[in-house]
Ligand binder design. Structure first.
Ligand code: ADP
Ligand code: MG
Length: 240
C-alpha cells in the first residue's frame, strides 16, 4: 500500500484536481489496483467530484468526521464511486468544526496512520485543506509521500517550506517508514514551469499545465481528455 497526501498552504493551486486525476491515472496504469480517496478538506470539492449525485444524508453518514469522533470505523464509511476500483471517504463543511473539537485526542494522528494501513487498498490518496490545522496534520502524518502543488506565485517557496516543516516534525516521531515530500509544478505554462525550475527545489519532473480543458473537466465532474490525462499518468509513473 502507498499513501499519497496532497498538501499546500495555498488554495486554488490544484490540490483537489491532482488528488482526483492522479488516482484516475493510477487506476488506468494499474487496472487491478484498489484505490481509496479521502477528503480531509471541509471545502469538500473532492467529495463533490465523486458524489455529486448522492444525498447529503449518505455523505454525512459516511463522512470522515464520523471516524474522527469515534462514531464509526473506517471500514464502514468506504463509499463506492461510479468508477469501479475507486472508493471515497467524503467530507462535509462540518468537518472544520468537528476537528476543532478534537484537539483533546492526543492519539488521533498516530491512530489514523495505523488504521489506514490496516485497510485493503493499494493506493490511498488524501486531499487536505490549505491551513495548518488538525486535518492537515492527519493527512501528512499518515502519508508515505506528500505531493505539494506549486503554482507560479512569489509565495510558493514560503508555502512549501511550511508544509515541509510539518513533514519534518512528523518524521521525528516515526520510527520507520519516513514521509517523503515532492513539490509538483501545477497550473503553469511551459515557460513558467522552466522559470520555477530555477528555484532551489527538487520538483517532480512532470508538471501539470494550465489548461481550460482540465479546469472544465474537474468543475463538471468529468474525466480528462487522453492528452491531459497523460500528464497525470506521467506523474503516477514517476512516483510509483
Ligand atoms: N491544470 C489546470 N489548469 C487550469 N485550471 C485548473 C487546473 N487545475 C485546476 N484548475 C482550476 O482551478 C480551480 C482550483 O483547483 P483545485 O484543484 O480545486 O485547487 P485547490 O484544491 O488547491 O484549491 C479548479 O476549480 C479548476 O477550475
Ligand atoms: Mg481543494
Amino acid at each position: 500500500m502507498k499513501i499519497i497526501t496532497v498538501s499546500s498552504l495555498k488554495g486554488g493551486v490544484g490540490k483537489t484536481t491532482l488528488s482526483i486525476y492522479l488516482g484516475q491515472a493510477i487506476a488506468k496504469l494499474y487496472p487491478k489496483s484498489k484505490i481509496l480517496k479521502i477528503d480531509l478538506d471541509h471545502n469538500n470539492n473532492l467529495t463533490d467530484y465523486y458524489l455529486r449525485n448522492e444525498s447529503v444524508e449518505l455523505i454525512e453518514g459516511n463522512s470522515i468526521a464520523k471516524y474522527l469522533t469515534g462514531a464509526k470505523h473506517l471500514e464502514s464509511i468506504l463509499t463506492p464511486t461510479s468508477l469501479e476500483n475507486i472508493f471515497i471517504i467524503p467530507a462535509t463543511p462540518k468537518l472544520s468544526k468537528t476537528a476543532v473539537g478534537l484537539s483533546w485526542d492526543a492519539g488521533l494522528i498516530s491512530r489514523f496512520r495505523k488504521h489506514l494501513r490496516n485497510l485493503k487498498f493499494d493506493y490511498i490518496i488524501i486531499d487536505t485543506p490549505p491551513a495548518l490545522c488538525l486535518e492537515l496534520n492527519l493527512g501528512i502524518h499518515a502519508a508515505d509521500l506528500v505531493l505539494s502543488p506549486i503554482g507560479f506565485s512569489r509565495w510558493n517557496i514560503q508555502g512549501f517550506q511550511e508544509i515541509e516543516e510539518v513533514v519534518i516534525n512528523s518524521n521525528e516521531s516515526l520510527e520507520n517508514g519516513k514521509i517523503k515530500i515532492l513539490p509538483v509544478r501545477t497550473m503553469v505554462s511551459e515557460k513558467k514551469s522552466d522559470k520555477l525550475d530555477e528555484l532551489d527545489l527538487s520538483f517532480a519532473k512532470t508538471f501539470i499545465p494550465k489548461s481550460e480543458s482540465i479546469a472544465s473537466a474537474v468543475d463538471q465532474g468529468k474525466p480528462l481528455t487522453e492528452k491531459n490525462s497523460f500528464y497525470f499518468e506521467q506523474l503516477a509513473e514517476e512516483i510509483k
